[in-house]
Design a protein around this ligand. Structure first.
Ligand code: SAM
Length: 246
């Protein structure tokens, strides 16, 4: 559905630009104006279709990048290779999964401090990417059992490779919703605002009472965090720490 919405937004953006461009005064009509019209209307349609925010960037860059690449007259193999790589990294994104973007080293340090404070023994990361959090944790906490859940093949493979020396770290290439949330003392997520209500509803009863959920950057609506940890990184990340009580 997300992919169809994206294609429709691009198509409607193109039709809008074709319709509006001839109406502009001659000195304003040209390729650059056409591209601005197309990408801004594609963005508008994308918002009307209620696509997640990251699609706005894709819609802005899509046609200008396509034309720029076309002008380079690259061999078709490069497009195929790029498509394969992007598919392996952004596996479920077209179906609505959160895309890969990475936590900072400072976030990993803060999570490590929380693990120490909690005396945690079992830790899971849902959507673990390339192991930005789990690899340093495996190194710093050899007694901690770490389970990394990641669905996209390439980030998962990179995480497996980076974790190969740490017997306490296990990477599962699986949907995060298949995780048995009940076994962990601490669960870390860095996902998107769109999934937080569903995640909250699921974890409220699926996590063990007394365990801790850390959500990087995105709060769970209507949940009261026990603490909000301010991380001193470029993004000024906030870690929302929720104690599970029910
Ligand atoms: C924002 S990135 C965070 C990466 C990593 N946790 C970090 O902090 O650097 C979200 C990750 O979740 C993964 N993901 C999204 N939906 C998922 C799902 N349903 N099951 C497993 N992984 C998922 C994506 O492939 C992506 O790697």
């Amino acid at each position: 559905m997300t992919l169809y919405k994206a294609m429709l937004a691009q198509l409607f953006g193109l039709i809008t630009a074709i319709g509006l461009n001839p109406l502009l005064p001659l000195e304003f009509s040209g390729l650059v104006t056409f591209l601005i019209l197309q990408s801004s209307s594609a963005m508008l349609y994308s918002s009307l279709f209620k696509q997640p925010r990251w699609w706005l960037i894709i819609h802005t860059l899509f046609l200008p990048s396509a034309l720029a690449l076309h002008s380079l007259e690259l061999s078709a193999h490069w497009y195929l290779l790029t498509l394969i790589l992007l598919t392996l990294v952004f596996w479920g994104t077209v179906k609505g999964d959160v895309p890969l973007f990475l936590s900072s080293a400072e976030v990993a340090n803060s999570v490590s401090q929380i693990i120490t404070q909690e005396s945690a023994q079992y830790f899971a990361e849902l959507g673990a990417g390339i192991g930005t959090i789990t690899v340093p944790l495996a190194q710093q906490h050899p007694q901690l059992v770490i389970n990394a859940w990641e669905r996209a093949p390439l980030p998962w493979a990179i995480n497996v490779l980076r974790s190969r020396h740490y017997a306490n770290s296990h990477c599962y290439r699986s949907d995060l919703w298949n995780c048995d949330f009940n076994q962990y003392d601490v669960i870390f997520v860095f996902l998107s605002p769109a999934v937080m209500p569903e995640l909250g509803a699921k974890l409220q009863t699926a996590m063990r009472p007394g365990s801790l959920l850390i959500s990087s950057s995105f709060a769970i609506p209507d949940w009261e965090p026990e603490t909000i940890k301010q991380v001193n990184d470029l993004a000024k990340t906030q870690l929302y720490c929720y104690r599970i009580n029910y």
